[in-house]
Design a protein around this ligand. Structure first.
Ligand SMILES: [Zn+2]
Ligand SMILES: [Zn+2]
Length: 787
């Protein structure tokens, strides 16, 4: 049903759009916040004097007369030999900031007798990004600078040329780890002249992957030192909390951050929106909200009806199709024809025609997965709807940044999904618009990660006393262990050699997390769709699981643990699945303790034993339980890092939590805190786990644990420990603010609960967190911080 007439695409001020969307049908209370981001004027700086005239001339030819202030600042720091991380917004020209000094020095190097007096290495997380960078470098620098890609696709005959002649080599950390470092002798002339290492999109090096990359970079620095070079590291990052600290952890070198964005921006109205509660009933009778995608369908209907060019970002292809279908239904013809779904995997030609239609306004509404971020230019939209927080601020701003054309205002809107993090965000706009609190987290000291890199390093060049500091504090203890395992052999007083026949580097997959990954194979075609980490396989690809892969839905026919293969088929079941498990946890060592009054907050090592025992089938739209099946899987043991907190019996009395409410209170607090941790660390709730115990044998107290889901830890629990007060305060606020009565997916229910979200006690959880936080240092002086 629509009362709109066919209108040409036209621009309306974003405030007017928002007023129209929020009016009528009791919608006004769904708009939880409106942020007006004023236009920002560009600030320019002169070109640094030591950037070569040829580079300046090419930049001018490309339309850059003067660099923005932050670009010039980065150029100056780089030229001074300073490790620098540029952490400014999307489309703020970070690449020019590092490319100008790099290409300028490479150009100097072409005047050396061998034509390659200076070299630089560029690392990107994906091949596509590296290819894009090569193009940019070629645009800015004369041909004699010779940028070249070096990745798995580079033919062998070209590789030799790259090693001997290229001065700017663009590759990825995997290739550096497997190819360049083990074969460093063949790269000697390149490494001798290495002046810069560029690490692009460095916020993607997080968790286990980031920790591996950090050790690969230490190996690189060591090999460079051997060849007499000491490259300067230039990093580009999305805006995060404390980018300098992350850059230091990644490179092992002190870093300076450039964060003051001087690029121009059009005015943007950013709205936060919470869908209404529905009549539907979910797990344990909980109320459920309308899904973010359904709500996006309604809003898109209104926006397209008003002739507003809009893109909706959703999380899966299926959701993209649902939003488009729903909108088409609601609009009816002829407007329905001007709405489409974009599902990724399109040919270049199809993508271009989509772009054209969107720019011309023939297409008014597009529902898309974030695949759109790669390959289709959809800038200059009037409105962007983001159905569900995309996980990081970087992705959020990347998507919101598609809205707005020169000089004109635009609308961006985040529509909350039914989970604690989204709920918290739409009620706490400062978490999105003030200084970022989300940091890129990694933990290179994890011995599970460090050990194989020590082996790889020893294979590259025997390890000596002087290398211990480079690889971090765990190194000294780890070397004798590796020696005992027969992996390294000590000769002389302090030199360790790799003596085995196989290649040490082959023992590590940077993107895996240990254990052989389970392959996901389409049974009918034999096609390999992808892999999941061994650690996650029992919960995500058990027999009968509904598995989403690149936006498509599959049903797992069988999981074979011996061959590490999950056979799947495309399917369209009306339900999702949730594994049920039994978890126990024991404390191996307590490294740090902070007293919060009577309560204690700890960080240390734990052993988690987890067994997946069955799974639930839940109806997609409502979360209603359709049935439960048993599974016969062996228990898994994980040694990892955890943050945990305890409260005393007296505190429970103060908080008026009787014994029978304690399990539900602790469980609810655990769930919500797992949901909120991604606000402070770039993880998602699947990277971490939790256990709550009314009386834990190791502490003899009520204890709530949150642990890293990867062997040895990945830094997430540590970040939770360091920001515990803010994190647990946000957790408390998220639970307290939820309008449900007894707990729902927006606050304390968890989609990955192994216990069917039972028991959960929302009100007691708030009291429990209050009494815990009452003793926290920041609360001691704050008024009203509980008692
Ligand atoms: Zn709730
Ligand atoms: Zn649970």
């Amino acid at each position: 049903m629509t009362h709109w007439v066919l209108v040409p695409p036209h621009h309306r001020p974003p405030e007017a759009l928002l007023t129209a969307l929020a009016s009528g049908r009791s919608r006004s209370d769904r708009l939880t916040h409106t942020e007006h981001l004023p236009a920002r004027q560009a600030r320019f700086s002169p070109w640094p004097a030591n950037i070569r005239a040829e580079i300046v001339a090419s930049a001018r030819a490309l339309g850059v007369d003067l660099p923005w202030a932050h670009q010039a600042e980065a150029m100056n720091l780089a030229k001074n030999g300073q490790t620098v991380v540029i952490a400014t917004g999307t489309a703020s020209g970070k690449s020019l900031g590092y490319l100008a000094p790099v290409l300028s020095d490479l150009l100097d190097g072409t005047e050396a007798p061998n034509g390659r007096g200076t070299t630089a290495l560029y690392l990107a997380p994906t091949k596509a990004l590296a290819a894009d960078q090569r193009r940019r470098a070629a645009e800015l620098a004369p041909d004699r600078v010779r940028p070249a890609l070096y990745d798995g696709d580079t033919p062998p005959e070209e590789r030799e040329w790259v090693r001997q002649y290229a001065s700017y080599v663009l590759t990825n950390p995997d290739m550096l780890h497997r190819g360049i470092l083990p074969g460093h002798a063949r790269w000697s002339s390149f490494l001798k002249a290495l002046k810069y290492v560029v690490i692009d999109e460095c916020h993607s090096y997080r968790g286990v992957f980031g920790s591996h990359v950090a050790q690969v970079l230490r190996r690189l620095r060591r090999i460079c030192a051997r060849y007499g070079s000491e490259p300067v590291f230039l990093l580009a990052s999305a805006t995060t909390a404390d980018p300098a600290a992350t850059a230091e952890r990644l490179t092992g070198l002190p870093a300076v951050a450039v964060t003051e964005d001087a690029s121009p921006r059009g005015p943007l109205v950013f709205a936060l929106w919470e869908p209404p509660l529905t009549e539907n009933v979910g797990e344990n009778g909980a109320p459920v909200r309308r899904t973010a995608t359904a709500e996006a369908g309604y809003l898109l209907t209104d926006l397209v009806g008003a002739g507003t060019r809009t893109v909706v970002f959703v999380r899966s292809r299926r959701a993209a199709e649902l939003v488009a279908l729903q909108t088409q239904d609601q609009l009816g013809s002829p407007l329905a024809a001007r709405v489409a779904a974009y599902r990724g995997g399109y040919l270049a030609e199809e993508r271009r025609s989509l772009e054209r239609d969107l720019h011309s306004g023939r297409l008014l509404g597009l529902a898309s997965t974030s695949a759109l971020e790669l390959g289709v230019d959809v800038s200059g939209l009037d409105a962007v709807l983001i159905a569900g927080y995309p996980g990081t601020r970087a992705s959020l701003w990347q998507q919101a940044g598609r809205a707005g054309r020169e000089g004109q205002g635009a609308l961006a809107m985040l529509i909350a999904r039914d989970d604690p993090l989204d709920t918290y965000l739409v009620h706490h706009p400062e978490a999105l618009f003030a200084n970022p609190v989300e940091a890129t987290v990694l933990d290179p000291d994890n011995p599970h990660i460090l050990a194989p890199h020590l082996c790889a390093a020893a294979a590259e060049l025997p390890l000596g006393e002087s290398d211990l500091a480079l690889f971090g504090p765990s190194t000294a203890q780890l070397l004798p262990v590796l020696e005992k395992r027969g992996l390294l052999r000590r000769r002389g007083a302090n030199a360790w050699y790799w003596t085995r026949r196989e290649r040490a580097a082959d023992a590590v997959d940077l993107r895996g997390s240990g254990g052989s990954p389970v392959q996901i194979v389409e049974g009918s075609t034999g096609r390999l769709l992808g892999t999941v980490d061994a650690a996650a396989a029992h919960t995500t690809v058990h027999t009968g699981a509904v598995h989403l892969h690149q936006g498509r839905t599959y049903l797992v026919q069988s999981l074979n643990l011996e061959t590490s293969v999950a056979l799947v088929e495309l399917a369209d079941p009306p339900y999702t699945t949730a594994a049920r498990d039994i978890t126990s946890i024991s404390i191996l060592s307590t490294d740090t303790v902070v007293e919060w009054g009577e309560a204690r907050l700890c960080f240390g090592s734990v052993e988690v034993v987890n067994q997946v025992v069955g799974y639930l089938r839940k109806r997609i739209a409502t979360g209603e339980i359709l049935g439960e099946s048993k599974l016969d899987l062996p228990p898994r043991t994980l040694r990892t890092r955890a943050v945990w907190w305890t409260v005393t019996e007296d505190q429970l009395l103060d908080a008026e939590i009787p014994v029978d409410q304690l399990p539900g209170a602790a469980h609810a607090a655990e769930h919500a805190s797992i949901g909120l941790l991604p606000l402070f660390a770039t993880c998602d709730r699947w990277d971490i786990g939790g256990v709550s115990v009314p009386l834990h044998p190791d502490t003899q107290l009520p204890t709530v644990f949150v642990y890293d889901g990867h062997s040895g830890g990945a830094g997430f629990a540590e970040r939770g420990f360091r920001r515990a007060e803010q994190w647990l305060t946000a957790t408390r606020d998220a639970i307290a603010a939820c309008e449900c009565e007894r707990g729902c997916p927006s606050c304390v229910q968890s989609p990955k609960c192994g216990n069917g979200n039972d028991p959960l006690d929302k009100a007691a959880a708030v009291r429990l967190l209050d009494v815990l936080l009452a003793g926290a240092p920041g609360q001691a002086t704050a008024a009203g911080g509980g008692d």
